[in-house]
Design a protein around this ligand. Structure first.
Ligand code: PLP
Length: 283
């Protein structure tokens, strides 16, 4: 695979970053993941906008222009022949002798790679996911998409070992999100409920799109806090993320959600999301 590294295209064997990079020493880095379907970038504008917000939060200047960023996404997909899969982009603050204090003018490290993946062929769309609730243990600035993913990785690995697909983080009794996706429920009245935006969760791009699509489809959509108990008694539940789109959740801590099978609202939102994006994806 060809990797983009600081302005150059290099073979993955030659793509090297300094051990003094702050991304490595301090997890001082942010990232984005954009799906590709049919050679088109899915929800690209949202991902580019959130990248800018994450960089602002870290007080790092955007190292490439908006136009260049889009061209780099198109170029790397083309170079690696990605028709279906994902593009990963990471920006670190850069290289500095190890010090908690960083100067304002560092040269960021920019890395992009691709993964070929059959994102439209997800077996979990048929079976649904089994989640395990765990205590929220991440830092308190979860709206920034940083590479500080250790707690989520430890918890998800442990959940896998116990036969679950993913974890659902709970803080003060309220659901925040899953390890790498936003979590939504459908109430017995048929409303789609998702946690309102704050520093407690990542402002998912797919989450935003799905809320719009739900409203367009005539479904009531509520952005508010909800408890783990409310989630357990929901009619349906589902996750959203850039590369899994809408994935139904059929059990929580071993209790069935709704019928315990993939529900009609989740299925419909998945279909609508893919259809809309194939029409308006960036070629
Ligand atoms: N929440 C977390 C913690 C994530 O890591 C992700 C995506 O990776 C999401 C939510 C979903 O965000 P998006 O729809 O922008 O991919």
């Amino acid at each position: 695979r060809t990797i983009y590294l600081n302005g150059s295209w290099v073979d993955e064997a030659d793509a090297k970053v300094s051990v003094f990079d702050r991304g490595f020493l301090f997890a001082d880095a942010i990232y984005e993941v954009t799906a590709v379907i049919d050679g088109k970038l899915i929800d690209y504008a949202g991902h580019a906008a959130r990248l800018r917000r994450s960089l602002d939060a870290l007080r790092t200047a955007m190292p490439v222009s908006e136009d260049e960023l889009l061209e780099l996404h198109k170029d790397i997909a083309r170079r690696n022949g990605i028709k279906e899969g994902l593009i990963y982009l990471q920006i670190t603050r850069g290289v500095q002798d190890r010090d908690f204090v960083f100067p304002p003018d560092m040269q960021p490290t920019v890395v992009m790679f691709t993964q070929q993946k059959r994102v439209l062929d997800n077996p979990k769309w048929k079976t649904g996911l089994a989640l395990q609730s765990v205590a929220e243990g991440r830092w308190s600035q979860r709206q920034i998409k940083t590479v500080q993913l250790l707690y989520s990785s430890l918890m998800k690995t442990e959940a896998h070992r116990q036969g679950y697909d993913d974890v659902l983080f709970v803080e003060d009794g309220y659901v925040t999100e899953a390890s790498s996706a936003n979590f939504h429920i459908v109430t017995p009245e048929g409303a789609v409920v998702t946690r309102d935006l704050s520093n407690a969760l990542l402002h998912g791009i797919t989450r935003g799109s799905i809320l719009d699509l739900a409203q367009k489809a005539g479904l009531a959509a509520e952005e508010r806090l909800f408890t783990l108990d409310e989630a357990k008694s929901a009619t349906e539940a589902f996750l959203t993320s850039a590369t899994s789109f809408v994935t139904p959740v059929v059990s929580l801590d071993g209790n069935r959600i709704g019928t315990g099978e993939v529900g009609p609202v989740s299925r419909r939102l998945l279909d609508v999301y893919i259809r809309e994006n194939l029409e308006r994806g960036v070629p």
